[in-house]
Ligand binder design. Structure first.
Ligand code: FAD
Length: 322
């Protein structure tokens, strides 16, 4: 077992304010093979040197990356980096969930992003509860809060600037998000979005509905766009739409031939993320959470534009760490 120092709670790290500097964090997916894993360590160390506030590791649909998620999270935490491990309910019984939570606790992985997950294969398919499993994320949070082994856990949740696609309306979405915060989550990280207004409205909705729990930090999830096809796919998976002005800018850069104009699209994508990040910083976002898709260079370029990182160059780890 790798030795992990006691982890700083993500919700505490959000309070460690350095004047003039906005905290940022990065999300990694568990790499597919050993070579990609090695590249990930290079990227993680580079982000460490840039002062990343925390790193998160996703959990594959239906627990498909369970072992890799655990191994990668354990290694990142030992660097030491404040490490947030994602966990979902799909295809797990209550007993399996408890076991997994105990494993996190044994490893010292006390920062948990509690999620329900989507049906493996087709995220938009009907969500079927596993026999003996849990139905909604607030039940997972309550379970964690009742387990003595998990008393140190700091829990985050997902929130949705445009509402979760299964919510009947924004009012219900706000109610369900608050249920998770009241059950014991300390902050939320949003689904990626491309219109800052949606983020601001989510924050206002939550704060207006509950002055205590609704005021907990809402961390914006940012995905630097590097390809039109890629971002469309991501938005489809999230059942969300790309705003017309963003789509138009990218289409203009593509000039009718995406493959030939990849660089131009990428440039516009980085510019869009930089503009969003600047606005979010001005609006007092508690942290900028980059959903890197393991595409390290794009994130670093946005950070560079924000004056928070050197220009991309040799020695900065690796680009695609897949
Ligand atoms: C930052 C972030 C990271 C993510 N990481 C991963 C990952 O690593 N792996 C992965 O598989 N997925 C991940 N996801 C996707 C996430 O699992 C899906 O979006 C999932 O569909 C919703 O999860 P949830 O925890 O918000 O669900 P819940 O909060 O349980 O909500 C699910 C739906 O049920 C509704 N609802 C909630 N409570 C009730 C209730 N009491 N009665 C009726 N309806 C209710 C909600 O409004 C929503 O429509 C991530 C999402 C985000 C935003």
């Amino acid at each position: 077992m790798v030795q992990i120092r006691r982890q700083v709670a993500v919700s505490e790290s959000l309070k460690l304010n350095t004047p003039g500097r906005v905290p940022f964090s990065v999300e990694f997916m568990p790499p597919r093979d050993d070579a990609a894993e090695q590249r990930l360590w290079g990227a993680a160390e580079a982000f460490h040197d840039l002062g990343v506030s925390f790193v998160s590791v996703t959990y594959g649909a239906g627990g498909s990356t369970r072992e890799r998620t655990l191994r990668v999270a354990e290694q990142l935490a030992s660097k030491p980096l404040t490490t947030l491990v994602h966990m979902t309910l799909v295809e797990h019984t209550e007993a399996e969930i408890r076991d997994l939570l105990r494993t996190f606790a044994d490893l010292g992985l006390t920062n948990l992003l509690a999620l329900r997950g989507d049906p493996p294969g087709d995220p938009n398919a009907e969500w079927v509860q596993t026999e003996g499993g849990l139905l909604y994320t607030d039940e997972l949070i309550k379970m964690v809060r009742e387990m003595p082994e998990c008393e140190d856990f700091d829990i985050g949740i997902a929130s949705f600037p445009e509402g979760h696609f299964r919510s009947p309306d924004l009012e219900a979405d706000t109610r369900f998000t608050l249920q998770k915060l009241r059950a014991g989550a300390e902050y939320s990280i949003t689904q990626m979005f491309f219109d800052v207004e949606h983020y601001l409205r989510l924050r206002d909705r939550l704060a207006a509905a509950d002055r205590e729990h609704g005021a907990k930090p809402v961390i914006p999830g940012l995905m630097p766009i590097t390809s039109l096809r890629g971002v469309r796919k991501q938005m489809e998976l999230a059942s969300a739409a790309l705003p017309k002005d963003v789509e138009n800018k990218l289409m203009k850069a593509a000039n009718g031939d995406e493959a030939a104009n990849r660089e131009a699209i990428r440039e516009v994508g980085i510019e869009i993320s930089t503009g969003m990040a600047e606005r979010l910083m001005a609006e007092g976002a508690p942290d900028l959470h980059f959903m890197t898709m393991n595409n390290v260079r794009a994130t670093q370029e946005v950070l560079h534009n924000l004056g928070m990182a050197p220009a991309w160059g040799p020695g900065f780890g690796h680009d695609m760490v897949r």
